[in-house]
Design a protein around this ligand. Structure first.
Ligand SMILES: *Cc1c(COP(=O)(O)O)cnc(C)c1O
Length: 840
């Protein structure tokens, strides 16, 4: 074993913290991190075999077994540290200290990513910018971002977030910014902070050595703390604030800062026009007006942070104005869509840098639905990396990923195509180059791609939308967007709750509660859940056919599908003597064995063996050793209702008794599970060996404390097909049911009861969101369309987006309006509505 002296000295190009994201073993150093759900130390051996030679391990993870394992890695360099995350930060800090160019750091509750992305777009004409990829702003994301700095850059822009006190002090050392931007402070619930003031003080630690701090003084708490405390702790820092509200009395301690006070307050005003906003800023010497191509408050605020930063960096107003015109909404999304010819499509037409490419490639290899992987890539613009180096690095990335096909589009990538030769020589990857998108579209290349996952990644100027349009299944513009990050967040929340000793089975029945079984299951598999469960055999078969290899329990099997159960290694729930007899005969006749799951009825009275049937069950099991009872379980009938808590506790007791009886008789102890989402939250004693997580994963909780920590998974959206102005005396829709009380502007939206927009929402019961306004349904919901009242919505246009449910209009609210439960709202979204999956 080769333990190395600290500090860590590495020549690695990549800092790796997630073993699943390995791409270049010879160029990576692995930091083994002990998390709640993952312990990086479990993968050392595997990574060594894949070629990694540098490892950072935590002292308290070094068990005798692990030491023996390390002994079998003669070529490994190993550093022992107290905490791998801190070690990674320390390595990044030393890296950062090699460079003298200015760093801008951005913190705050919202807008960090947008301000960072916009600034880097705006400043790219004068600077070679290195920035955080995506929203890499965490304890791990920040060192990974800083690690990208090299001699080709001359400005860094990094975003920094914290979720606990104490974290910022370390991150400040990693980033060491000269210029700070504090975007804003929100009231987002955060269990680790006492309140906003504490959050603000912690965040300000990022700027303790900064020379300038830009912020919006309308956030009074921020302004107060900066002027009363921060300005004393860091008196050298120039404060550049802007505010919309005229301040008559400054909070600023004038006496201390006197006349040449290092503080500037820029007065801001704006008028919103149809699609843009005129922002007037009173700088100390002059007043300037800028056209900002947005109208919502958040974007205006973000844009002003950017303008003030550019002004501070010496841009004049003409140049600022010209640059502002290139701003576009920032979407960090990687979208996964179903394509034609059985393809899947990953749409990443926004990000256009090397780090973004790497992230997108990770997402691509994570998709197990198809084996065939294709990358369509345009020239990468404004990376600051010399051309040859850049395309060599890209060629290297592609080679490591074992792609089946690579298509490069653009003049620059075309003239560098020889650099990709090495891929051709020793892999099976098929490679092709085109000078323009049009040339590519006119070729046959696109038509030949089938049964693949295709990553489409191109800079805006290449118009890759036209490639995406040719590849996606045509939709009728109503989509259910599924936020995969929210699924991950919710899964981790419940995992934290149940602890490491309890396993987790996730219910992906009914098309994963309407959210898309294959794609959700693929994500759950990536995160290593223990089991999946579906209601019917065909749902399980479909998962197997789409690359899901996790154990799968089928809750409602029938004699007709035993063949398939066995063929696809699906495990049946056995719930009554009849199915038990049928299945054991089937197994016996073929002389095979199978895992089964026994369902007991403890009060739900749906499926399951009852107490009196246990002797017969036990006898059958004893005489059929080919039936291996993998788990025993039961279902709670009312875990979400406290008035039935006694009943639930009785179920727990019954279940314990009945399952003990079986275990004792069969001579081994199968694992036991009882709790659904509400059970997990409300009855720790029901968690046992495993839990069955359902609706909680999709963002609905039984307890308000849980709801705060869950994220909305699904957003159902459609568009306005037509707008009409209708006289008071007229009516709207079938049966003339839409009676009006005033002259009304209506919007006909492209969703009806056939899409799952319940007919009970008719005549004012239902509401939808358009530009943030609630609009009531007028008349009856039709099969494919619905009319809503948009009289009070300014600037509304045909083609505008309509939210049916999501974050600001929840499924729970919808359910309450028509006397049902959120489960029904979610699972009713019909299959003709396309699901689009995304990840930030
Ligand atoms: C659907 C289901 C669950 C999950 O229930 P949720 O309330 O959605 O968490 C658990 N167990 C069984 C048997 C189920 O059918």
């Amino acid at each position: 074993m080769n333990f190395q002296q600290l500090p860590i000295q590495t020549s690695a190009q990549y800092l790796l913290n997630d073993s699943r994201q390995l791409s270049s073993p010879q160029r990576s150093i692995f930091f083994a991190i002990k998390g709640l759900h993952h312990d990086g130390h479990q993968f050392l051996d595997d990574l060594y075999r894949k070629g990694i030679r540098e490892f950072v391990v935590e002292r308290n993870a070094l068990t005798p077994t692990l030491l023996r394992e390390l002994d079998r890695m003669p070529e490994a360099k190993i550093w022992q540290v107290e905490n791998s995350i801190l070690a990674m930060q320390e390595v990044a800090k030393r890296h950062r200290e090699q460079y003298n160019f200015p760093i801008i750091a951005i913190t705050g509750s919202n807008g960090k990513t947008v301000v960072k992305e916009w600034l880097s777009q705006l400043l790219s004409n004068r600077f070679k910018v290195v920035k955080s990829p995506k929203s890499y702003n965490s304890q791990i994301g920040v060192p990974l971002s800083v690690w990208q700095m090299n001699e080709t850059h001359n400005l860094g822009i990094f975003e920094v977030g914290i979720s606990r006190p104490e974290e910022m002090t370390n991150l400040e050392k990693v980033v060491q910014p000269q210029i700070g931007i504090f975007t804003n402070i929100g009231n987002a619930h955060n269990e680790f902070f006492e309140g906003n003031s504490q959050k603000i003080r912690e965040k300000l630690l990022l700027f303790k050595n900064a020379k300038q701090l830009i912020y919006c003084a309308d956030y009074v708490e921020i302004d107060e703390i900066i002027k009363k405390e921060f300005s004393i702790q860091n008196p050298d820092c120039e404060l550049i604030s802007w505010s919309r509200i005229a301040r008559t009395t400054g909070l600023f301690p004038v006496t201390q800062h006197g006349k040449d006070s290092r503080a500037t307050d820029i007065q801001a005003n704006w008028i919103t026009e149809y699609q843009n906003t005129k922002v007037t800023l009173n700088f100390p010497q002059q007043t300037e007006t800028f056209d900002v191509p947005f109208t919502d408050e958040a974007s205006i605020e973000n844009a002003i942070h950017c303008i003030v930063t550019l002004w501070h960096l010496g841009y004049n107003s003409v140049e600022i104005q010209a640059r502002l015109q290139i701003l576009r909404p920032v979407s960090m999304r990687l979208e996964l869509k179903q394509g034609i010819r059985n393809n899947y499509l990953i749409d990443d037409t926004y990000n256009n840098d090397l780090a973004g490419l790497n992230i997108a490639l990770n997402f691509l290899s994570q998709q197990k639905q198809r084996n065939n992987k294709v990358l369509i890539l345009s020239d990468l613009l404004e990376t600051g990396i010399p051309e040859k180096d850049l395309y060599l690095q890209i060629a290297h990335l592609i080679k490591q990923r074992h792609l089946n096909q690579f298509i490069g589009i653009g003049e620059v990538i075309f003239r560098n195509k020889s650099l990709f030769q090495s891929i051709k020589n020793n892999t099976e990857t098929q490679i092709q180059f085109f000078k323009t998108t049009v040339e590519f579209l006119e070729s046959e290349a696109l038509k030949n791609i089938q049964e693949s996952v295709i990553l489409v990644k191109g800079a805006r100027r290449f118009g890759f939308e036209s490639i995406v349009n040719r590849l996606v299944q045509k939709t009728h513009r109503t989509v259910l967007e599924i936020n995969l990050d929210a699924v991950t967040n919710n899964l981790n929340y419940f995992r934290d709750k149940i602890g490491q000793k309890t396993k987790i089975m996730v219910m992906v029945k009914a098309f994963a509660y309407g959210s898309g079984s294959t794609e959700v299951a693929n994500l759950l598999q990536f995160h290593g859940v223990d089991y999946l469960a579906v209601a019917y055999t065909d749902e399980g078969v479909s998962l197997r056919q789409n690359g899901i290899y996790l154990p799968i329990m089928v809750m409602n099997p029938s004699e007709n599908d035993f063949e398939q159960l066995v063929e696809f290694s699906l495990e049946p729930e056995i719930y009554n003597p009849k199915i038990l007899k049928q299945f054991s005969e089937y197994i016996d006749n073929r002389n095979i064995s199978s895992k089964i799951h026994l369902k007991l009825d403890t009060g739900m009275h749906r499926l399951g063996f009852e107490q009196e049937q246990l002797p017969e069950l036990i006898a059958t099991l004893q005489s059929n050793p080919n039936l291996w009872v993998s788990t025993i379980f039961s279902h709670l009938a009312a875990a979400d209702e406290d008035k039935f808590d006694d009943f639930t506790l009785h179920q727990v007791e019954e279940f314990t008794k009945m399952s003990n009886q079986i275990s004792e008789a069969i001579g081994y102890v199968p694992s036991r599970h009882l709790a659904n989402s509400a059970g997990i939250a409300r009855f720790p004693e029901a968690r046992m060996d495993m839990v069955r997580l359902g609706v909680g994963l999709y963002g609905l909780a039984a307890k308000p404390e849980d709801q705060e920590n869950l994220m909305t998974v699904g957003t159902l959206k459609t568009v306005i097909s037509q707008i009409k102005h209708i006289k008071n005396s007229d009516t709207v829709g079938y049966g003339r049911k839409g009676e009006l009380t005033r002259d009304t502007k209506t919007a006909t939206i492209a969703i009806g009861y056939a899409d799952g927009f319940d007919r009970r929402f008719s005549r004012g019961v239902g509401e939808v969101l358009i530009h943030g306004h609630r609009c009531k349904v007028v008349g009856n919901v039709c099969m494919d369309m619905t009319m809503v009242d948009v009289t009070d919505v300014p600037h509304v246009q045909e083609g505008d987006e309509v939210i049916i449910f999501g974050n600001d209009l929840t499924m729970i609210e919808l359910a309450n309006k028509i006397g049902t439960i959120a489960y029904e709202i979610l699972t009713s979204v019909s299959q003709r509505v396309k699901r689009v999956f995304y990840q930030m």
